[in-house]
Design a protein around this ligand. Structure first.
Ligand SMILES: Nc1ncnc2c1ncn2[C@@H]1O[C@H](COP(=O)(O)OP(=O)(O)OP(=O)(O)O)[C@@H](O)[C@H]1O
Length: 942
């Protein structure tokens, strides 16, 4: 809207949008010359928008040419300039006061009334502009004028002469005409006209031919309006609206033939026609859209009017035409031009010139706004996320804190127990008793098992002194600094229950003087007291004779947990050579934190065994019964190295359930020590549980190896449970005696040194190895497990204990299967059938690995080696099924192990710690278990 004469008047459409050029046609009356020659008027405006060619054409011509033209407005010959301005140009022209460029120009043949029309339009427009300025004095308007002429394609400034600004002759001191127009015409339009008249008169004085040639040029009056932008920017006075309005009076096109022009006039006509032709071309192209090249630069006129033709301006074209029949051709061309112009669109915008100060302020405001938006955007969604994360982290921290507190408490407790035991052992030892020399170079530790009550592992000493000091052949492991001497019932039988997996790790090489000088690493020994004290408990009729019940946290154990260890060293016959450097233990030390399991471990550091400690380990867990978890992982993500899946390992090797631990702790309780109550949810923590049934005791024996035993009520079969929750699953109706009878204790296996020579030991090793291989076969043990074990233990004397353990475990397992019993492992019932199924799945996994791990050449070579025809179907599966299939043929076994190792990426067995197959007796500060590589190896191994 624009205010004109006190009225808000609608302007030519919304700012910033494309809008069409406003096109109107003005028909002038027949002039005297036309009347004189009796020319007739064939055009008639039949409405405000339509003009028709009414007569003068033959029927054939009428069919060839259009006779009706419609435009935004058509003005008949009797329309005055005022109406033409008001209805055809005003809205466009007055856009300038609102900062929008505008152009009004007249187009038509010569003598069609262009100048006549534009003079009127310019005067009325300027009058309205002045009127607007007068009405809006608060906006501080500035008008600037320029007038130019394009003559023969040359542009000249009409307000200067020979390049010098034109000064009015009446008062040259008052400045140039432009200055005076700018300064003085602000008062009113009449004064402007006066100055223009003076200017015109002066030009006539200087250039007498000006009047004659004026119609032979394109003349452009440009009025630039600058005003404050308060209307747009409030009180901002430093920004301005700057726009221009162009009043263009084009030279008229003419036909040279009609005017018989020659010489200068012909030349002028040519330039005029060329520029008008360019204008027509530009309009025509613009009417088709803005695609492609628009030849603005082909003429000065189009170059100057470029923005007005399809640019940032509002444009109104008034096409003037003569009604005379003699000019019908020119009139039709004019109408065709007008028709094209009608389709041209422009995109007028407010031209705001923003001062630097305002610009900075604007940008600062914008910046602040954006920052605020960003802050809001960040705050809202992020706060909830961060709150949730913080809460989660807080909970995690709290959980870890509790865990640390519990572990610390357990550690301190354990230490206090150890210290107490040590002190007790020390106190009870005869003063003249010498530390027992347990092992010598040539003497290997001997697995020693007590009959039925518990088993322990000791290093059997064959030295006379040791025998003497022990008082019998069954000298047990000397754990320096452990000096407790709590007599243990029935501790004399050197037998180990086969039901109890034994976990031993030892270098087994220890100088006889190791314990004396405390300089040689003292390998830890951990044995499991399964409390297989059926007889003891059966014989114990009174609750007083039963141990106090150790209370455990009953929270669900983690899969990788459930290792509890018991160190038991008999002391009855053990004497110390020196006070604190030998160990007499008849105590069980149990470590089982609520949700963690600890590997009972003694430091393998210079054997001041005062530094013996229990080191947590979560890696000693694997399953013999089920195929390796990494294989399971492979099923999901084949191609992943089994090593990489170590963290996900959930198998079991030597895990002890808490049930076992509970019963083990009974021994502690007997001594009045190590009674804990860590969790109110403990399954065995209630006072009622303090009296353990024989069955409970029985259950613990198997669970020493991570198994517990369960006898289904409906049959006499037994379930050996590896679940850490085995205790609560026990049935009170189970008959322990049956269990025990099924698995009578065995005589202690002789140690390598008993063979006297390496060859004898070698043959014994081979015998053990063959039996283990057969047991693997019978028990459907994981091929990966077999492979690792086979490759790891190759006959070194240190391997003896591992073979012993493996042999016993497998024997136990075989007995379970043979008797039709079940074993529950980590909550899963394991039967022979399930083990066979697991083995089949493992073979399938290996089958897949054959194609992934081996090249085609390698595969074909293998097929041939293993007697599989190259064109046979399912060659890989056949090969996988052949692996470890012949337990009698050790060569076949070795080849199977090599191939499986290659398939699972276990190619450096020498780098794997054998202790992973048992309790980890690690030397020094660095626990191998904490080595990631090793851990992975071990995990994949198991
Ligand atoms: N609508 C009109 N009513 C009355 N007279 C008119 C009208 N239009 C033009 N005339 C007269 O016609 C004559 C020619 O007009 P004008 O000079 O404006 O034509 P032109 O198109 O500007 O010619 P040129 O191209 O040569 O400059 C003038 O004498 C003018 O007074």
């Amino acid at each position: 809207m624009v205010i004109v004469d006190g009225r808000e008047e609608k302007m030519q459409g919304p700012v910033g949008c494309e809008e069409r050029i406003f096109v109107s046609v003005r028909l002038r009356p027949l002039n005297d010359k036309e009347i004189d020659r009796h020319d007739v008027s064939d055009w008639e405006c039949i409405s405000d928008n339509t003009i028709i060619y009414r007569d003068g054409l033959s029927v054939s011509e009428k069919s060839m040419y259009p006779t009706a033209f419609t435009f935004d407005r058509v003005f008949s010959s009797d329309c005055p300039n005022r109406q033409v301005y008001e209805e055809g140009a005003k809205e466009t022209a007055l856009s300038v006061v609102r900062g929008i460029n505008s152009t009004v120009f007249a187009y038509g043949q010569t003598s069609s009334g262009k100048t006549y029309t534009m003079t009127g339009v310019t005067e009325y427009a300027m009058a309205d502009i002045y009127d607007y300025i007068q009405r809006h004095k608060e906006r501080e308007f500035i008008l600037k004028f320029s007038a130019m002429e394009i003559y023969n394609e040359s542009v000249s400034d009409l307000l200067s002469v020979d390049g010098a600004p034109l000064r009015l002759l009446d008062d040259p001191e008052r400045g140039t005409l432009v200055d005076r127009l700018t300064e003085e015409t602000l008062r009113d339009w009449n004064h402007f006209k006066e100055l223009l008249s003076l200017c015109e008169a002066q030009r006539r004085i200087g250039e007498t031919s000006l009047n004659e040639t004026s119609s032979r040029s394109h003349q452009i009056l440009r009025v630039t309006v600058e005003s404050s932008a308060r209307e747009f920017l409030g009180n901002d006075k430093s920004s301005t609206l700057v726009s221009s309005v162009n009043f263009v009076d084009l030279a008229g096109s003419e036909r040279a033939s009609q005017t018989s022009a020659a010489g200068t006039r012909l030349k002028e006509g040519c330039h005029i026609n060329r520029s008008l032709l360019t204008l027509g071309t530009v309009i025509h192209k613009l009417s088709k859209g803005r695609n492609g090249h628009i030849p603005y630069r082909d003429s000065k006129l189009t170059r100057i009017l470029q923005s007005s033709l399809g640019g940032n301006a509002r444009t109104a074209i008034i096409c003037t035409m003569s009604p005379a029949r003699t000019h019908v051709e020119q009139s039709r061309k004019t109408l065709l031009f007008a028709s094209c112009a009608k389709k041209v669109t422009t995109s007028a915008q407010v031209n705001l010139v923003v001062s630097d100060k305002t610009l900075v302020r604007q940008l600062q405001r914008e910046l602040a706004r954006l920052e605020n938006e960003l802050r809001i955007a960040r705050t809202k969604p992020t706060s909830s996320i961060s709150d949730a994360l913080l809460l989660e982290k807080d909970l995690e921290i709290e959980k870890l804190k509790k865990e640390v507190a519990i572990l610390t408490q357990q550690r301190d407790l354990a230490w206090s127990v150890v210290e107490g035991m040590r002190q007790e052992a020390y106190n009870e030892s005869p003063r003249d008793e010498k530390p027992v020399n347990v092992c010598s170079d040539s003497q290997y530790p001997k697995l020693r098992v007590r009959d039925r009550d518990s088993f322990s592992i000791g290093f059997r000493s064959h030295t006379p002194s040791a025998r003497q000091s022990f008082g019998s052949e069954e000298s047990f492991l000397q754990l320096p600094d452990f000096k407790l001497t709590a007599p243990h019932p029935s501790a004399s039988s050197p037998q180990l229950s086969p039901k109890i997996p034994v976990f031993v790790g030892s270098t087994l090489h220890q100088e006889e003087n190791d314990y004396e000088n405390s300089e040689v690493p003292c390998k830890e020994v951990c044995c499991i007291d399964s409390n297989l004290s059926r007889n003891r408990y059966l014989d114990s009729s009174s609750s007083e004779s039963r141990p106090k019940i150790h209370q455990y946290n009953s929270s669900p154990p983690r899969e990788n947990s459930a290792i509890s260890g018991v160190i038991e060293v008999e002391n009855e016959d053990v004497s110390k050579q020196e006070s604190s450097k030998s160990l007499h233990l008849n105590k069980n030390i149990v470590f089982e934190p609520p949700e963690k399991t600890y590997l009972c471990q003694l430091k393998d550091e210079p054997c001041s065994c005062r530094r013996s400690r229990f080191t947590r380990s979560r890696s000693c867990k694997a399953s013999l019964m089920t195929y390796s978890p990494w294989i399971e992982k492979l099923e999901e993500n084949d191609g992943t190295s089994p090593i990489q899946n170590a963290e996900d390992f959930t198998g079991r090797t030597y895990n002890f359930d808490r049930k076992s631990s509970a019963s083990k702790l009974d021994h502690q309780s007997e001594a009045g020590e190590l009674i804990r109550n860590e969790s109110p949810t403990s399954t065995s923590a209630t006072p009622n549980n303090t009296q353990r049934s024989p069955l409970e005791s029985q259950s613990s024996f198997a669970s020493a190896g991570g198994w517990s035993v369960q006898i289904p009520e409906n049959k006499n079969s037994t379930v050996y449970r590896t679940s850490t929750r085995g205790s609560e699953e026990m049935s009170s109706s189970h008959k322990y005696e049956n269990q025990h009878d099924d698995y009578p204790v065995q005589a202690m296996t002789p140690t390598p040194e008993t063979y006297g020579s390496s060859s004898a030991w070698s043959s014994e090793f081979q015998r053990l190895q063959r039996e283990i291989v057969e047991l693997w076969h019978d028990c459907n043990v994981s091929l990966v497990h077999r492979t690792y074990f086979f490759l790891l233990f190759k006959g070194d004397t240190k391997d003896y204990i591992y073979l012993e353990v493996e042999h016993r475990r497998l024997s136990f397992l075989k007995n379970v299967f043979t008797s039709g019993n079940q074993m529950v492992e980590n909550g899963r019932v394991v039967t022979r059938a399930s083990s066979e199924k697991a083995l089949r799945r493992e073979r399938q996994m290996l089958c897949q690995r054959i194609s992934k791990r081996l090249s085609r050449v390698e595969r074909e070579k293998l097929f041939l080696t293993w007697g599989i025809e190259l064109n046979a179907k399912e060659r890989r599966l056949k090969l996988a099924n052949l692996l470890w299939s012949d337990c009698k043929d050790m060569e076949h076994v070795a080849e199977s192990a090599a191939l499986v190792a290659k398939l699972v990426g276990f190619e450096n067995p020498e780098k794997t710690f054998k202790e992973m197959f048992g309790l980890n007796f690690t030397p020094g500060q660095q626990t191998p278990m904490r080595n990631n590589t090793l851990k992975r190896s071990v995990m994949s191994l198991l």
